[in-house]
Design a protein around this ligand. Structure first.
Ligand SMILES: [Mn+2]
Length: 330
């Protein structure tokens, strides 16, 4: 553990570029960037970009996820620079910055999805690994289009829902379809992908598609296996290639994460899910998101706080993966 005695603080600040200035700040002061990271307008000197996508144009049920990034930024200031479980300090392993939110259209899901894809193509060209706070789950498809173009990604999809629904009211793109769309478009390799936490009560009537080769673990199976065994299963499926992690907060039990659009009772506990994520160290994470946090349904802000912790753990995985890729190149 790093000491934060008066003597230790300058040493720490000198080690963690992109964070040093905020280390000594009280969490209630200053601009609420993700985890207090520096804000960067130019993504080029950044290895890992923390991005907000404030849109919920893809929702079909309870609204409000457009306020997710702002609430997660605010809640994230309760966290600090270090992973309390693994000891990882992502700011030591990579140049991490809050790179803000693209200015998205308000109306028209297709236009918004197009803007997101273009933004993430730019980030990929700049060599930035994006860690995103949504937004509803429709944001994941354009991110995968940008990151998976020419290299189908392994997808670790943590969610209560399969998100393989057919077109809804004439729209093929919506928050219940990103996995199906990404597999259909060839930007995700289903044989290297896994869904964790499934318990969709409408699965039988929604005419869900089950892409061939895609592995799915139900909430009951995850609970019976436990976090370590689930992580082992994820590693087997994903292998060594580039992987994207998409975490929908509705996988968590709604008594612990009520602030979401499509709650399903009987869900998993945050600690088990965080333990599972922490056991994925070494997976080649090239991007990740946490989606479907809806502040208007989140009375005490606990969903946003847990989403911030999930985002921090995804950042830690991405930072270790970045460091591993850098050392393989050198
Ligand atoms: Mn989802």
């Amino acid at each position: 553990m790093t000491s934060e005695t008066p003597e230790g603080l300058p040493a720490l600040q000198s080690r963690i570029a992109g964070y040093g200035r905020s280390t000594a700040r009280l969490h209630q002061s200053g601009i609420a960037t993700f985890f207090g990271a520096d804000l960067a307008d130019d993504p080029h000197p950044v290895d890992i970009g923390l991005v907000g996508l404030p849109t919920d144009a893809g929702l079909h049920q309870r609204p409000g996820a457009r306020y997710g990034p702002r609430a997660i930024r605010e809640a994230s200031r309760m966290l600090r620079y270090q992973n309390v479980s693994t000891g990882v300090i992502p700011f030591e392993l990579a140049r991490v910055a809050d790179i803000g939110d693209p200015d998205l259209e308000l109306f028209g899901l297709e236009a918004i999805v197009g803007q997101i894809e273009e933004h993430y193509r730019g980030l990929r060209a700049a060599g930035v690994v994006p860690i995103t706070a949504g937004g509803d789950h429709s944001i994941t498809l354009p991110i995968l289009r940008a990151l998976g173009d020419g290299r189908p990604l392994a997808l670790v999809h943590v969610d209560a829902h399969y998100d393989t629904a057919p077109p809804m009211r004439g729209s093929a793109v919506h928050h219940g379809a990103p996995v199906l769309n990404a597999v259909d478009e060839g930007v995700v390799d289903p044989t290297r992908s896994i869904q964790v936490g499934m318990r969709d009560p409408w699965a039988e009537v929604e005419l869900l598609v089950h892409p061939e080769g895609l592995t799915a673990l139900s909430t009951d199976e995850v609970a019976a296996l436990g976090p370590a065994a689930v992580a082992e299963r994820i590693r087997e499926v994903v292998g060594d290639g580039p992987a994207y992690v998409s975490f929908d907060v509705d996988v968590i039990d709604p008594t612990m994460a009520p602030g979401t659009g499509t709650p399903v009772p009987g869900g998993l506990a945050p600690l088990d899910l965080l333990t599972m994520l922490r056991a994925l160290r070494g997976v080649d994470v090239v991007g990740a998101d946490v989606v479907e946090t809806s502040p208007p349904w989140d009375p005490a802000g606990m969903t946003a706080l847990t989403a911030a912790q999930v985002m921090f753990d995804l950042l830690c995985l991405a930072a270790e993966a970045h460091a591993a890729r850098a050392s393989r190149r050198s």
